[in-house]
Each structure stands twice: as structure tokens, then as C-alpha cells.
Ligand binder design. Structure first.
Ligand code: 5GP
Ligand code: ZN
Length: 138
């Protein structure tokens, strides 16, 4: 994809701080980390979001996220790890090349990750169950 910053980073056209690389992925340090070690798993093949990711590549991506989280857990002295993946601007996606954030967390850090919990209303509970039930493929 022309003009895609993550395609250029994944291919090596733009240099990055890479922690890992194989034929399909590069794992790089995020340039605006939420916490020390915040990294991004980038597929070398362009997909804008999770919906466009080929299933087999997506399976490899989530396994790589697990292995990256395990490496952080054993090497960075962190107290937890968030695995985050955003799709669409409303969900916070700013770079439209699929990526998984792997974010080491430290007790008391000020990463700002999280959400404000709302009440699950009876109306929403019914509406969502009715709209989605039977539509999630195994
Ligand atoms: P999103 O909001 O799309 O889920 O996450 C995009 C992430 O990419 C952000 O955390 C941002 O800091 C990071 N980012 C954007 N441009 C670059 C870049 O050129 N290099 C690196 N290393 N990270 C980037
Ligand atoms: Zn791309």
C-alpha cells in the first residue's frame, strides 16, 4: 500500500526499533508509548483492520502477541500486560494498517488505558442479544 506508514516500517523502508521479525511480521516499539515497552505487532502484508486480515495470518498474529506478552512479563519486570487492537476511528484507530498493541503495565502507572463503565440497560441487553445472536461464526 502506497503511503501506508506501517507498510513502510514493516518492509524496512522506514527504520524502526524492531524487537522481533519473521517472514510475516515485525514487532516494533510504539513511538508514543502508553508505558515503557509498548510495542506494535505489524503484519508485513497490508490489511486495514481485523476484518481484512486473512484468518491464518490473524492466528499467527495473536500467537505472536501472546509470545511478546510472555517475553515482556519475564524480561521487563512489569506487573501486567494489555493486548489491545483498535478497528475504526470511533474505536481509536489512527493508523489504518492492522496492528496489535502489546503494552506492559506497571502497578500505579498512568497509561490512561481503560474505559468508563456504563450500566447495561435492559433495552440494550435485549437489543444486542437479538441483533447479534446467531451471527458470530465459530
Ligand atoms: P492506533 O491508535 O491506530 O491503534 O495506534 C497507532 C499507534 O501507532 C499509536 O500508538 C502511535 O503512537 C503509533 N505510531 C504512529 N505512527 C508511528 C510511527 O511512525 N512509528 C512508530 N513506532 N509508532 C507509530
Ligand atoms: Zn499498510
Amino acid at each position: 500500500m502506497e503511503n501506508c506508514i506501517f507498510c513502510k516500517i514493516a518492509s524496512g523502508e522506514i527504520p524502526s526499533a524492531a524487537l522481533y521479525e519473521d517472514d510475516d511480521f515485525k514487532v516494533i516499539l510504539d513511538m508514543g508509548p502508553a508505558a515503557k515497552g509498548h510495542s506494535l505487532i505489524l503484519p508485513k502484508q497490508h490489511a486495514a483492520n481485523i476484518y481484512e486480515m486473512p484468518d491464518e495470518l490473524l492466528k499467527k498474529a495473536i500467537l505472536l502477541a501472546k509470545n511478546t506478552a510472555s517475553a515482556f512479563s519475564s524480561s521487563l519486570n512489569c506487573d501486567g500486560v494489555n493486548v489491545v487492537q483498535n478497528n475504526g476511528e470511533a474505536a481509536g484507530q489512527t493508523v489504518h494498517h492492522f496492528h496489535i498493541h502489546v503494552i506492559p503495565r506497571y502497578a500505579g502507572d498512568d497509561s490512561g488505558l481503560g474505559w468508563k463503565p456504563h450500566e447495561l440497560t435492559e433495552e440494550d441487553r435485549k437489543a444486542v442479544l437479538q441483533a447479534v445472536s446467531g451471527r458470530i461464526l465459530p
